[in-house]
Design a binder for this molecule. Structure first.
Ligand SMILES: NC(=O)c1ccc[n+]([C@@H]2O[C@H](COP(=O)([O-])OP(=O)(O)OC[C@H]3O[C@@H](n4cnc5c(N)ncnc54)[C@H](OP(=O)(O)O)[C@@H]3O)[C@@H](O)[C@H]2O)c1
Length: 313
């Protein structure tokens, strides 16, 4: 039997020479998509636009790309800061919901397939693993807007796919999520002579954007549609995650962390977030297309990059 990887090589040939338009091109996930396309696809034609080149909130911004005719639109642009969305719903709505409407209008004109990265924050705490049939129940305006955008996309055309993803790490210096922020903060504290900090115990599935982008390309190569969950294997609290990264970075003798209740920390946040959402990649597993890895293995690969080495030398 062929290994999963060699099987993927056959699948991925279906994407050779195809045109990919990526929105939100400066972001974490978009950067991983661009890299994974370069590594895994033969002669991809990539158009990775940042907000200045293509502002998805404004349909006029699409007019200069009317002749581009992308086969795929990877729609990564969004206002992803849940607290900002809570404070300024109109801003969130124009980026996330109007963005989705404009993408679908443009996709219809060009007959493009649309890929939508969805957030696990459309779910709330439940005492079992979340699968694709679990009813979403967002706790924040960000979650509400993301769900509205997903519905717009999936209801507009069958040639669409929405992948509900675990919380990200990726992008090295572009990493504006927990791992990017906590490593930069620990590095600063060590330089100031400090040796410890408290970390909350909210539970999540830290998921590498490179793994997400690769697995998503496998889905596109298989011409899949509809809803999928996609998160790393396993889960941990932010506290456990920080302990693990301190071990991987080999700074255990220089820095330690203590646990603090997520309930205390969440009082400081504007947007409500679930204390624990664990997704099961049910559909990926059923279709033999789950290419996610254990979070500790992916984290180790990520933290051995030169950016993190430099932070702690
Ligand atoms: N981060 C996570 O943990 C996570 C988890 C699951 C799903 N997702 C989803 O994955 C997607 C990408 O997230 P990410 O973490 O990679 O975000 P990111 O790094 O913040 O990238 C998003 C990019 O979108 C751009 N953008 C914002 N508004 C725009 C607009 N109106 N037109 C064009 N570009 C715009 C931003 O540019 P500026 O910075 O210049 O505003 C930013 O470069 C989002 O849909 C997010 O909801 C994220």
């Amino acid at each position: 039997m062929k290994s999963a990887f060699s099987q993927d090589q056959d699948y991925l040939k279906n994407l050779s020479n195809k045109k990919f338009l990526i929105t939100g091109g400066n972001g974490m996930l978009a950067s991983s998509f661009l890299n994974q396309l370069k590594i895994n696809i033969q002669n991809p034609k990539t158009y990775c636009f940042n907000k200045l080149e293509l502002n998805v909130s404004n349909f006029d911004s699409f007019t200069k790309y009317v002749n581009l005719k992308p086969d795929f639109i990877i729609h990564c642009a969004a206002l992803v800061d849940a607290d900002l969305c809570e404070k300024n719903k109109e801003d969130g709505k124009s980026n996330i919901v109007d963005g989705a409407k404009n993408i679908m209008k443009y996709a219809k004109i060009n007959n493009s397939k649309v890929f939508y990265p969805q957030s696990f924050l459309i779910y709330s705490d439940i005492n079992r693993m979340v699968d694709e049939n679990t009813t979403p129940n967002p706790l924040s305006i960000y979650g509400d807007l993301k769900l509205e955008a997903e519905n717009i996309i999936l209801d507009s055309s069958e040639n669409t796919i929405s992948v509900r993803m675990g919380g990200f790490f990726g992008g090295d210096e572009k990493d504006n999520n927990f791992i990017g922020k906590v490593t930069a903060h620990i590095s600063k504290l060590i330089k100031q002579g400090k040796k410890e900090m408290a970390i909350g115990d909210r539970v999540w599935q830290p998921t590498f954007t490179d793994d997400l982008a690769y697995n998503s390309l496998v889905l596109l190569a298989n011409n899949k549609n509809g809803k999928y969950n996609m998160a790393s294997h396993g889960s941990c609290s932010f506290f456990e995650l920080t302990k693990e990264l301190i071990k991987i970075l080999n700074i255990e003798d220089r820095f330690t962390v203590s646990r603090i209740s997520a309930k205390i920390l969440s009082k400081r946040e504007v947007a409500r977030r679930p204390l624990s959402v664990i997704m099961n990649n049910s559909r990926l597993k059923q279709e033999n297309l789950d290419r996610q890895r254990d979070w500790k293995i992916s984290l180790k690969e990520y933290l051995t990059k030169p950016y993190f080495k430099k932070l702690f030398t």
